[in-house]
Design a protein around this ligand. Structure first.
Ligand code: NAG
Ligand code: NAG
Length: 281
């Protein structure tokens, strides 16, 4: 009996003294962040978008790992309660846009645009039935990008028309700034459309853009295939140097919400750090 207790005690001691090889924090611009997995086992969550007043995150994910047979679906998670579910009724649901001031949530899929009914939690047909929607975006107006021709449309007085300035090239991701400058990306690179000069400036033709998003303080972040970059002064600087981030959003508290191959994570500032060789993704 005595020997057994001794062994257990010795074992517990050994475990406690093994140096921790990993640390669940991440360093971003000299600030440590705690890394919390808030949802796992969702295939490649893309297009993260948070309805700020309810703190509900909407996103798309892949139903199959077999790339030849990819099918998308929309889901949500309440970031306060962690309650989550799929959004029923959207064929090939792959994109979400939110009109934050009017609490209207739009979804797009392979059969047009839908509007979310927060009471029934169903998506109802809205517009462009029969059209294949690649991406939706809301700022003052609702925009969509068609698939597979990747053209940008804007809703003007209830009718979608092609955006003339963007008619001659493809658009894959799109973001309108408060001053109406437009950041966009396509298979060639990442660009800025200067709305006062009506000119396109090249920002970077070496990165693949996955999501362009502003945080709650109006700072612009871009989620790319090589990590997350941020607009600072006249340039973009690396903030998270990690490949394999699929989407980015900011919650009500302005915490980073990120997705990787299978998980959705939240990063919140921490007073504690990790040893240099300790932290990992
Ligand atoms: C990094 O932090 C410094 C000091 O807080 C701040 O001035 C700077 O804008 C930050 N840069 C980035 C890229 O976050
Ligand atoms: C992407 O946009 C740039 C800038 O407008 C344009 O020069 C380029 O041809 C576009 N690429 C595609 C594939 O449309």
């Amino acid at each position: 009996m005595f020997a057994q207790i001794f062994i257990v005690f010795a074992l517990a001691n050994t475990i406690r003294s093994i140096p921790k090889k990993t640390c669940n924090r991440l360093l971003i611009n000299n600030t440590w962040y705690d890394r919390e997995i808030i949802l796992s086992n969702f295939g490649r969550p893309y297009n993260l978008n948070i309805h700020k007043s309810s703190n509900i995150l909407f996103f798309s994910y892949s139903l199959h790992d077999n790339l030849a047979d990819v099918d998308f679906q929309m889901a949500f998670i309440n970031l306060n309660t962690k309650e989550h579910d799929v959004v029923a009724g959207i064929r090939g649901g792959c994109t979400v846009a939110i009109d934050q001031s009017n609490d209207v949530i739009y979804f797009g899929g392979s059969d047009g645009i839908y509007k979310y009914n927060m009471l029934t939690r169903l998506a109802d047909d809205y517009k462009e039935k029969g059209k294949n929607i690649w991406s939706l975006y809301f700022r003052e107006n609702l925009f969509y990008i068609s698939y597979p021709d990747q053209k940008l449309y804007i809703d003007i007085d209830g009718k979608f028309v092609k955006v003339r300035e963007f008619e001659n090239f493809e658009v894959d991701s799109f973001h309108v700034m408060p001053n109406h400058d437009i950041y966009f990306a396509n298979k060639s690179g990442f660009y800025l459309f200067d709305s006062s000069k009506l000119l396109v400036e090249t920002i970077n033709e070496l990165i693949g853009v996955r999501q362009i998003v502003e945080d709650n303080n109006g700072l612009l972040y871009v989620c790319t295939n090589v990590g997350i970059i941020m607009h600072s002064g006249d340039e973009f600087v690396n903030v998270i140097d990690i490949k394999g981030i699929y989407g980015l959003a900011f919650d009500k508290e302005n915490s980073f919400i990120l997705s990787d191959e299978k998980n959705i994570l939240r990063l919140t500032p921490s007073s504690k750090g990790c040893a240099y060789d300790d932290f990992y993704w």
